[in-house]
Write a protein that binds this ligand. Structure first.
Ligand SMILES: [Zn+2]
Length: 408
């Protein structure tokens, strides 16, 4: 029986947060807006080939945007899909400023078929600007099967496609917010949270006071609702009853281009992330540059390139884990649904019911989990999933830690 959670589980204390010896994990969450093909080629060459970072990318199936006639999409450039990994769709396409070419559900029906033909299984959905079919960013029309008017009339909603988003394979949805705090998936005292959010000690103290007083007096729920915990993902029930996970992205709205990425990935910040620990889902538009720099031959500025190279070095030193966004989110969900029975030397993987309906050897392929082994030797562990016994390769890292490798 698969559980139907309404809130995220928490990690078993016997598990390390991340595979040994990593303390931090960083992924890119790129939106493909404004990307010109020549710049796409430079990004592919530098990030995925020359520097060789194991990130996944996002794409538009189709762009109808008349303001950006040369914006890269899968329709115009089918070769992009397999040049480097893609795990995210930036909605069903760019229908903004598309003239008479508006979006409707039939477009999504067709695109699900096309994705199946291409063996493309995106696991992440990111809302785009004010797209009519968005789920959480600006409005929820894409998630509402019906529209009700004030006089009680009900109409089928031609913008609804959440069932098709699930059918295409999506399990994780951006919640429409950006978090300035560096390092999610770690406990964060409220004062630190408000300090990092506001950047001002005075404002942080005011916010914290409002927060605490509001909590006691039962007022200001709207204010308090703006401040979430520091979780990397959360279960979310949509108006049609479907459950997905949502996630926030780290960054700043005004730094979400290829130049701003140099600030977000500055070596000092990455080293701070490694020191404090936690997860960073870095928000960016790799294909976008400041308007004043459109004449430059080089798309990626040196500072951003240096940040990416520094990331690579820290990854090779096994300080910061890098991966596709979907791999990180899958890891966190799987990790938080493990129970460790030290007495019986058992490690049990449970299905969470949203991202996974079962957990077997195939589900876990490519994943690694580390456990505080408390003197238990690798051959003593009994590891089970929902379909029975699992056979990871278990490596003893030191006297206190062992790592389960589910090799591809
Ligand atoms: Zn966008």
């Amino acid at each position: 029986m698969v559980p139907h959670p309404t809130r995220a589980r928490t990690k078993d204390p016997a598990l390390r947060s991340y595979p040994f010896p990593y303390t931090a994990w960083l992924v890119l969450s790129n939106d493909p807006d404004n990307t010109l093909y020549a710049d796409w080629q430079e990004l592919d060459r530098v990030i995925w080939n020359e520097i060789g970072l194991p990130f996944a990318d996002s794409l538009f199936f189709r762009s109808y945007n008349k303001n950006l006639p040369d914006q890269v999409d899968l329709f115009g450039h089918p070769e992009i899909l397999n040049k480097h990994p893609h795990d995210t769709i930036h909605t069903w396409g760019d229908y903004l400023f598309g003239g008479s070419r508006g979006f409707e559900r039939d477009d999504a029906v067709r695109l699900v078929d096309q994705a199946k033909t291409l063996h493309f299984k995106p696991r992440v959905w990111v809302d785009h600007s004010t797209f009519a079919g968005n789920l959480l960013h600006h409005h929820p029309y894409g998630s509402m099967p019906e529209i009700n008017d004030a006089s009680g009339h009900k109409y089928p909603n031609p913008l609804y496609s959440l069932d098709l988003i699930q059918e295409i394979g999506v399990r994780y949805i951006w919640d429409g917010t950006i978090i300035p705090t560096l390092g999610q998936d770690r406990p964060l005292p409220w004062l630190t949270y408000h300090l990092e959010r506001t950047g001002s000690r005075k404002q942080a103290v005011v916010n914290l006071a409002k927060h605490k007083v509001g909590e006691v007096m039962g007022v200001g729920a709207g204010f308090r609702a703006q401040f979430k915990d520091n979780a990397a993902y959360r279960p979310h029930r949509f108006p049609d009853g479907r459950m997905f996970y949502t996630f926030q992205r780290h960054g700043q709205w005004q730094k979400a281009d290829i130049d701003g990425l140099g600030d977000i990935l500055a070596p000092s910040r990455i080293d701070r992330l490694i020191a404090t620990g936690g997860v960073c889902i870095a928000y960016t538009h790799l294909g976008k540059r400041p308007a004043g720099r459109m004449g430059d031959r080089q798309h990626i500025p040196n500072r951003t390139r240096q940040g990416l190279q520094h990331l690579r070095e820290r990854h090779i030193e096994r300080k910061v884990m890098l991966s596709p966004l979907s791999h990180l989110l899958d890891y966190l969900v799987l990790r938080d649904n493990i129970t460790v029975d030290l007495k019986n030397k058992g490690i049990l993987f449970h299905a969470d019911g949203i991202a996974f309906s079962s957990v077997d050897q195939k589900t876990l392929a490519g994943h690694t989990f580390s456990i505080r082994s408390q003197g238990i030797t690798p051959e003593q562990w009994v590891v089970k999933g929902t379909e029975g016994r699992l056979t990871p390769r278990i490596e003893q890292n030191d006297s206190r830690c062992a790592t389960l490798h589910f090799d591809l």
